[in-house]
Design a binder for this molecule. Structure first.
Ligand code: ZN
Length: 454
């Protein structure tokens, strides 16, 4: 990020984008380790007061004072109304993120392996929602212009967001876009969810969505896998983004700062299963953007001796025995020949095939978790599961799923890993998950901002 750039921000009347009002003079300013520590703490815990920054971050008051002064003069943070007075009668001034800098996020939602709709949000840097817009993608997606139509639809939605939620005194600092599938440096390589890209070989079709949007919008654009985006937003915003506070039994407490710096996120979505990996306080994308992709881990072993291994199942990726071929809602519905997950979970306790289907799906997820726990040793797993799988009792669908998952973890974790790894489960509806995805897309911009890469 440099001072005086003219190509970011809200559209003015001529259709160009107005510069966001960030007055940072040097990238090195933001990439300094102490400044990054303050920015990351502010994202999770703002409003913050200077005294708490000194105490919690173990920095000297002189260092914190220099950093906060520079951040205030850059326009990134500002002072809020004093809430109380200190021991000597001085007002205690909370520091908050600027309300004038806006980040935009767009989630590409899919259904039946095609793009279905877009959900766009405008938020502040610390993820507070300013407003949202959506649009349906009711196109025929079988001709060669479909990629360009997607680009045009996203650009139009971005313009709507700017017109509605970015006032005259505000500026946009960037756009994040997310979708299901393999995304590498903003290029879609293989998205089964949207039918974009291919698996390699002679017919390779990759689509550089990030570059195409950047050409059209003249604002920094970052395109990322959807679950990676959510993992990044949890890393940045902490427990505000871990999930909707609908706890199973027993009630889950918030994750600690250490756990939020070191976790694997697995999201079981309607069609498939996605994953994201955070290690040592950084989102890890791996060599080609695939790190943490849990959905296509092969599940062919790891079953207790008294349980028969599942029959071979074809995955929509083209392989067999992937995790999502066993534990996604689509897989459960196919097995039970049921129309919706809401119907499937209502099958009675006495329906042995239903009980086994949910337990087996949970077991597949638990086996994958144990493999990841043994291989990566994160502090925590954060599981985003469909609301329908919430366990109302040990003997309903959610209860069977939970039992299968937890026993597979215990049966397959090495040493004492099962006891020492936190498994935090969050349940949400499809609508809530899509909303979370759009908010998380906007945080892709914030990730680059605080690393000095914007
Ligand atoms: Zn697969």
């Amino acid at each position: 990020m440099t001072s005086g750039r003219s190509d970011t921000g809200q559209r003015d009347q001529d259709g160009a984008f107005r510069s966001a009002a960030i007055r940072t003079t040097s990238r090195r300013f933001l990439t300094g380790p102490n400044t990054q520590t303050v920015l990351r703490h502010m994202l999770r815990h703002a409003p913050a007061i200077q005294r708490d920054l000194v105490r919690n971050l173990k920095l000297s008051s002189t260092t914190v004072s220099k950093i906060t002064t520079a951040l205030k003069s850059s326009g990134l943070i500002c002072e809020d109304q004093p809430e109380s007075r200190g021991a000597r009668g001085h007002p205690i001034v909370p520091l908050v993120w600027s309300r004038d800098l806006v980040v935009l996020g767009v989630a590409i939602n899919d259904r039946d392996d095609l793009p279905e709709s877009l959900l766009g949000v405008a938020t502040t840097i610390d993820g507070r929602l300013l407003g949202s817009k959506s649009c349906s993608l009711s196109h025929q997606w079988d001709d060669e212009n479909r990629f360009e139509r997607l680009v045009t639809a996203i650009a139009a939605l971005v313009h709507q967001l700017c017109d509605s939620f970015v006032g005259a005194h505000k500026g946009v600092i960037g756009l994040g876009v997310s979708l299901g599938g393999h995304v590498e440096n903003g290029t879609i390589r293989f998205s089964i969810n949207t039918g974009i890209g291919s698996r390699g070989g002679a017919g390779d079709i990759y689509f550089p969505l990030q570059d195409r949007l950047a050409e059209l919008l003249t604002t920094p654009v970052f395109v990322e896998n959807d679950v990676n985006a959510i993992a990044n937003s949890i890393l940045l915003l902490g427990n505000r983004m871990t999930g909707i506070k609908r706890a199973p039994f027993p009630i889950e407490a918030d994750l600690s700062d250490d756990e939020l710096d070191d976790f694997v996120l697995i999201a079981v979505l309607d069609g498939g299963v996605g994953g994201g990996l955070v290690v040592d306080g950084r989102l890890r994308r791996g060599a080609t953007g695939m790190a943490g992709e849990a959905g296509h881990i092969p599940i062919t072993s790891g079953y207790p001796t008294n349980t028969s291994a599942p029959e071979e199942r074809k995955c929509r990726c083209g392989h067999v025995n992937c995790l999502e071929a066993y534990c996604s809602p689509a897989a459960i519905l196919q097995e039970l020949q049921c129309g919706s997950l809401a119907d499937a979970v209502m099958l009675p306790e006495s329906h042995a095939a239903a009980a086994e289907a949910f337990m087996s799906a949970g077991r597949a997820l638990g086996t994958a978790i144990a493999g990841l726990a043994n291989g990566l040793n994160p502090r925590a797993f954060i599981l985003h599961l469909p609301l329908e799988l919430q366990a109302a009792s040990p003997r309903n669908a959610g209860g069977f799923f939970d039992w299968g998952m937890r026993h597979a973890i215990i049966d397959n974790c090495f040493s004492d890993t099962a006891e020492r790894t936190r498994v935090a489960v969050r349940f949400s509806s499809q609508q809530e998950q899509r909303h979370r995805c759009a908010l998380a897309s906007a945080q892709l911009v914030v990730e680059r901002l605080i690393c000095g890469n914007l």
